[in-house]
Design a protein around this ligand. Structure first.
Ligand code: DAT
Ligand code: MG
Length: 149
């Protein structure tokens, strides 16, 4: 089953948007596999964002990500990486359509509320980084709806 790493960033936690973001993934039909509120270290965040280390906005990004706790989640289901990114919206919230999380709740690229893995490989790398003890599977039975996800 495809998995992705979704993280509510410090501004999303402070603004009380954790439940809203969980709700959207749940109601779309994705399965929650792991969830944790945590205070990451600078080194942990630099590892998470290592592909962006040379960018001019990198120091500001790390500072913002260190400004408060984050909520990390693993979600699983059909094409969850691609669809999760669609549900988040564009990196720049001003380019995000209404109906997406960033399109409904943000206007600044430096305060864009949430993170979502951009590919299956990076999702697995991020899940291993944020949930090093592993993410157990569990059977979800929603056959009462007449659909098997
Ligand atoms: P995304 O979070 O959509 O995957 P990314 O991986 O390219 O985007 O960048 C990670 C974060 O860095 C992004 O969510 C916000 C910040 N960021 C990206 N581009 C930026 C820019 N041009 N100016 C300021 N912050 C930026
Ligand atoms: Mg990214």
């Amino acid at each position: 089953m495809e998995r992705t790493y979704i993280m509510v960033k410090p501004d999303g936690v402070q603004r009380g948007l954790v439940g809203e973001i969980i709700k959207r993934f749940e109601q779309r039909g994705y399965q929650l596999m792991a969830l944790e509120l945590l205070h990451p270290t600078k080194e942990h965040l630099e590892e998470h964002y290592k592909d962006l280390a040379g960018k001019p906005f990198f120091p500001g990004l790390i500072e913002y990500m260190l400004s408060g706790p984050v909520v990390g989640m693993v979600w699983a289901g059909k094409e969850v990486v691609k669809i999760g990114r669609k549900m988040l919206g564009e990196t720049n919230p001003l380019a995000s359509l209404p109906g997406s999380i960033r399109g409904d709740f943000a206007i600044d690229v430096g305060r864009n509320i949430c993170h979502g893995s951009d590919a299956v490989e990076s999702a697995e790398r991020e899940i291993a980084l944020w949930f090093p003890r592993g993410v157990p599977e569990y059977k979800r039975d929603i056959s009462v709806h007449g659909l098997i996800y």
